[in-house]
Design a protein around this ligand. Structure first.
Ligand code: PMP
Length: 362
């Protein structure tokens, strides 16, 4: 066997099947517009920066492992019992805790594809089997096909609402009809990383369903609308036993004190942050309209980015034009390009690149 000749520790074979997470490139200069990772374009609020500085004075101590004060503040914000909330290092941390809490080797996790790249990675890491279900031609979750993909081995369904990288949302009616078809033993995780940017009437609001459903869990994050991507803090809201399972599967002390304090301060500044979100949603309308007027194909977005469909055309010329303009965007194979929305001036730079390529000037 290879064991006898091996001279170094062997990685689990499951790891070799895992595609590496490919983060958006980082900006190399102030001139570069970083529109590849759906971060907030705005610096943290001064009040938030101040509490992070204050919290830095005590980082010789471990943080509160159960994030008690932050859970109380989130509970007050959502009008939810803090016992139903688990705080995590980013919402991706909660997702990993969920998968490791609910999935054994060989169990199946159903999710839409294309969607957030971390899903197949986290599922495989846990030794479980990813079951990707293609989006419809309109980039909607194919909820009929997803319901049909559920088997005796399915432990979890992930819904990304609005979906990354396409920005497409889901109606509450469709969500409820789907939940009615899912066996009560299957946990449905609704990843709402971009919930704050939703403005479509009748859009899914999974939190409103938690009281009546014991197999639904919602993920939220401070990384996007709250502008704290670099601090790594998110949370899950769900039935008490799910939140309890999450806390037990968490790395000890996974959320730092500066992160907890910044999240609390951000909830206190919800009004100021809401102003930023409103401005971004207004820009989304303007930019998507302008991009369509140029002749590009873009689905309606409910998030802080939009999806430029490739529609079978190669993306190389567009990507070169964005590179030349020092704008970092996120291409997905030959399917399309995801572009994060920013302030008006930066969005105008994006529109100029797109119109130049359209007119054959770039
Ligand atoms: N869910 C979705 C749909 C995302 O797009 C992202 C970030 N790209 C995350 C979760 C993870 O964000 P975080 O871990 O920073 O909360």
């Amino acid at each position: 066997s290879t064991r006898s000749v091996r001279r170094s520790p062997a990685l689990r074979t499951a790891l070799s099947a895992i595609p590496p997470y490919a983060p958006g490139r980082r900006a190399s200069s102030d001139l570069t517009a970083a529109l590849a990772s759906n971060e907030s374009h705005f610096a943290p609020l001064p009040s938030v920066q101040q509490v992070v500085q204050n919290a830095a004075r005590t980082v010789n101590r471990y943080p509160d492992m159960t994030s008690t004060r932050l859970r109380e503040e989130i509970g007050a914000f959502l009008q939810t019992d803090p016992g139903h909330i688990a705080v995590s290092p980013g919402s991706v941390g909660a997702l990993q805790q969920l998968v490791t809490s609910f999935c054994d080797e060989g169990d199946e996790v159903v999710f839409a594809w294309r969607s957030f790249e971390a899903y197949p990675i986290l599922v495989r890491l846990a030794g479980a089997r990813p079951v990707p279900v293609p989006l419809t031609a309109d980039e909607e979750h194919d909820l009929d096909a997803m319901a049909a993909a559920i088997t005796d081995r399915t432990r979890m369904v992930l819904l990304c609402v609005p979906n990354n990288p396409t920005g497409v949302g889901m109606t509450q009616a469709d969500l409820v009809a789907f939940l009615d078809r899912v066996p009560p033993t299957v946990l449905v995780v609704v990843d709402e990383a971009y919930a704050e940017y939703v403005d479509s009437p009748g859009h899914a609001a999974a939190l409103s369903l938690l009281d009546e459903r014991s197999n639904v869990c919602v993920l939220r994050t401070f990384s996007k609308a709250y502008g704290l991507a670099g601090l790594r803090v998110g949370y899950a809201v769900g039935p008490a036993h799910v939140a309890d399972g999450l806390r037990r599967a968490a790395l000890p002390f996974g959320v730092s004190a500066p992160a907890q304090e910044a999240a609390i301060a951000s909830l206190a500044a919800a009004g100021e942050l809401h102003t930023r979100v409103t401005a971004l949603v207004r820009e989304r309308r303007r930019v998507v309209d302008a991009v369509r007027d140029q002749g590009w194909s873009v689905p309606d977005s409910q998030a802080n980015f939009f999806w430029l469909r490739a529609n079978g055309r190669p993306l190389s010329r567009l990507l070169t034009a964005f590179d030349d303009a020092q704008i970092l965007v996120r291409p997905f194979a030959d399917e399309g390009i995801r572009i994060t929305l920013a302030d008006r001036a930066t969005n105008d730079r994006v529109l100029r690149v797109l119109s130049d390529v359209r007119r054959g000037a770039a």
